[in-house]
Design a binder for this molecule. Structure first.
Ligand code: AMP
Ligand code: GLY
Length: 424
């Protein structure tokens, strides 16, 4: 059986790594992949969002199953196109992926399904949006206001403004200056929630939902959550407070109603569903849904999946999730992302990487921006590698993750020192 994973990050390396453990011994491919996936999968030189190029590659290599990692191919309609060609593909359709690609669609779906989420208003007109912000500023002076671009903005389309004045500036950048292009033609203005954040994941066949798994990630570049946002600098799973009661509450009040609503709307969602939540004083409230695994969350939760990932994918695609006993292990995982110095600003690439041959036995290393220059492994982007520690407790997993991170070296290497530091 030949399986192709689309994407090139550490998330996709983790998916390829998990598939490589299947007793069915699939022949693995990655497009475009990286130097890490290349150790266990054949790299295909196709851009992730090049739908026709991917289709041609799948035919050329007689791929039996395609697994989509990032959101761009979903939004480009890859799943729809593959399905119309009767190809087996794991991921939601473009219509179902609107739960991520349109924040207004997501909020309206949540509101209609009774899912707890921040109060919001949607605007296509800058003057109307500005009037709303001024009104909020007068009603509740000094209260933060959240301004969001409706469309995809590479994780940068959300501004948590300290007050109305700052929110008006964000509106101008999004709606007038078009800092995020067309993604900012429509904006959402939301009430600001407070509390710890958590990402939860499940598999769904459009009807049934598997047990949820939870992870927390660190988005800011520096220790103490300071500095600019990044794609993610590390994380841990499960959170210490996670238990069966909160799993059930979030599944029943936040996840299942949205899966049911999408099915009822004629666009059933199949694949991995990612729900980002905030645990407020009033209980869990949904911040957003994503149509894929998170990064670094995939690196944290896939090592905890006890099932063969191919069995899970088959159950999802064949609508047989009821017959699958999906289990997440009790093991803890901690991820530390190794980045190029200067990221998320400018940084050097092509820098040789050493130390990967000296990893502790309980560590996993997933590649993101790596390439081979001759025999030498070099950096090729901002987030270079994810070091993951596994252990009986978060403290054990953390020790291993940092031992691995500290042994890896490249000029300018940077990682946060405070990932899961509550467990020291
Ligand atoms: P998103 O792009 O939707 O993931 O939002 C990025 C980040 O903005 C989230 O991870 C939250 O930390 C923050 N955020 C989004 N919406 C809200 C909200 N309503 N209240 C407080 N923080 C928010
Ligand atoms: N870790 C956040 C994301 O993948 O969107």
């Amino acid at each position: 059986m030949r399986v192709l994973v689309i994407g090139s990050g550490a998330r996709e390396h983790a998916i390829v790594w998990k598939l490589a453990q299947s007793p069915r011994n699939p022949e693995l491919y990655a497009a475009p992949g990286n130097a890490g996936t290349a150790q266990i999968a054949t790299s295909l030189d196709v851009r992730a969002d090049d739908v026709e190029g991917m289709l041609a590659a799948v035919r050329e290599h007689a791929i039996d199953l395609t697994v989509v990692g990032p959101e761009a191919p979903l939004v480009a309609g890859l799943v729809d196109r593959f399905r119309s060609e009767r190809l087996r593909v794991f991921g939601p359709t473009r219509a179902a992926a609107r739960i991520e690609s349109s924040k207004s669609f997501a909020k309206q779906t949540m509101a209609a399904a009774g899912v707890p989420t921040a109060a919001f208003a949607v605007f296509d007109d800058r003057e109307a949006a500005a009037a709303h912000v001024r009104k909020l500023g007068m009603l509740r002076p000094g209260t933060p206001i959240v301004v969001k671009a409706d469309g995809l903005a590479a994780g940068k389309g959300v501004v948590v403004a300290a007050d109305a004045e700052e929110a008006l500036g964000a509106l101008k950048r999004m709606m007038e200056d078009r800092a995020f292009g067309e993604a900012g033609a429509r904006v959402l203005i939301e009430e600001c929630l407070r509390g710890p954040e958590v990402s939860v994941f499940c598999f769904t066949d459009g009807v049934r939902v598997t047990p949820l798994v939870a992870a927390c990630d660190y988005k800011r570049i520096h220790d103490g959550d300071r500095g600019p946002n990044t794609g993610g600098m590390g994380g841990y799973s499960p959170p210490p407070w996670w238990d069966a009661a909160i799993e059930r509450r979030i599944r029943e009040t936040c996840v299942e109603p949205v899966v049911r609503a999408l099915a009822a709307s004629g666009s059933p969602y199949t694949g991995v569903l990612y729900c980002g939540l905030m645990l407020t004083d009033d209980g869990p409230q949904v911040i957003e849904f994503n149509a894929r695994f998170g990064d670094p969350e995939a690196q944290l939760v896939l090592p905890r999946l006890e099932n063969d990932l191919l069995d899970v994918i088959d159950a999802v695609l064949d609508g047989r999730l009821d017959a699958l006993d999906l289990r997440w292990s009790d093991e803890a995982t901690v991820a530390v992302v190794l980045a190029s110095g200067g990221y998320p600003g400018s940084y050097e690439t092509g820098v040789p990487i050493t130390g990967l041959d000296r990893m502790p036995s309980e560590a996993l290393v997933f590649h993101a921006a790596t390439a081979l220059r001759g025999e030498t492994l070099v950096t090729s982007g901002g987030r270079v590698l994810t070091a993951v520690g596994r252990g009986a407790t978060i403290a054990d997993a953390r020790r291993t993750a940092y031992e691995a991170a500290d042994r890896i070296d490249f000029a300018g290497e940077y990682h946060r020192g405070d990932i899961a530091s509550f467990a020291t």
